[in-house]
Design a protein around this ligand. Structure first.
Ligand SMILES: [Zn+2]
Ligand SMILES: [Zn+2]
Length: 282
């Protein structure tokens, strides 16, 4: 159905978890979902754009492709997460990190795949930090655990050409590619995004599913003169009177990530791998 390069098949990779900021991200990896049948964690219900949850469409994808919901499955709305960033609610993100670490330990997860931080959406970037933190906490209890990211909005062809050292790489055959496109087109809330991804990157780019090994502490920092996409978007929403405040990298995301790691480091120093080991931060 597909072949893998650089790495053995899912069976020998061990149990997997997928952690994404938004429902629908899993459409990028339906070949891998079928192969690895991961536990799937979704931070928000995806209600941001249309004001209503699109989680049921992700459930439909999982029923077809494979995978089952983890303990974090769209309990928060996009607005709640956005406000938590504005309010610097470290506790909320810390709780998610500990909960994920618990699951990694309890479910005997060998490797975690999560969003990459690209400066595109602040929840994607925080999702990356939560995955890194949870893997680091769980590794303290369980030993080495793989941490992988996949490209969300970046150019896929670049990924195919490079950046792939040590990656778990799937190349879908025609049937698997057809199923992937059918799943994407059967996700009504994202029809427009799927179509524009096809136009931007070409159908062939969907054949490649690439999971890059990543450092637990990896984050995204803007280049000197550039502004993250989410700041530009947020500021235009404020100008249009849709938002009262907008998330920025310097005022919200960077301090939140620093505070998260500070709390996680305190708990790592205290020898607390996960909340099961006796303490929860916060
Ligand atoms: Zn997203
Ligand atoms: Zn790659």
């Amino acid at each position: 159905m597909f072949r893998t390069a650089h790495q053995p098949t899912g069976a020998t990779l061990g149990r997997a978890a997928l952690v994404v900021a938004h429902p629908g991200h899993e459409l990028n990896l339906t070949g891998w979902l079928t192969m690895s049948q991961p536990s799937v964690f979704v931070m928000t219900d995806g209600s941001g754009q249309l004001g209503r949850s699109r989680l049921h469409s992700t459930t439909k994808t999982l029923l077809r492709a494979g995978g089952r919901p983890g303990s974090i499955y769209g309990h928060l709305s996009d607005q709640e997460v956005y406000e938590a960033m504005l309010d610097q609610d470290v506790d909320l993100f810390l709780r998610l990190t500990f909960e994920l670490a618990d699951w990694i330990c309890l479910d005997d997860i060998a490797y975690v795949v999560g969003d990459s931080a690209e400066g595109y959406h602040p929840t994607h970037d925080l999702c990356r930090t939560i995955v890194g933190g949870a893997v680091e906490l769980a590794a303290r209890v369980r030993g080495p655990i793989g941490n992988y990211e996949y490209v969300i909005t970046g150019p896929r062809i670049d990924c195919v050409m490079g950046r792939c050292r040590g990656a778990i790489k799937l190349i879908l055959d025609d049937q698997a590619l057809e199923r992937k496109l059918a799943a994407a087109r059967g996700y009504p809330e994202l029809a427009g995004e799927v179509q524009s991804a096809v136009e931007r990157h070409g159908i062939e780019s969907f054949r490649h599913e690439c999971l890059h090994p990543v450092d637990n502490r990896k984050s995204w920092t803007p280049e000197r003169s550039s502004q993250p996409h989410y700041e530009i978007h947020g500021q235009s929403r404020v100008a249009a009177g849709k938002y009262q405040r907008a998330v920025s990298y310097a005022d919200h995301i960077a301090p939140l990530q620093a505070a998260l790691w500070e709390a996680l480091d305190r708990s790592l120093e205290a020898g607390v791998g996960t909340s099961m080991a006796g303490a929860r931060m916060g």
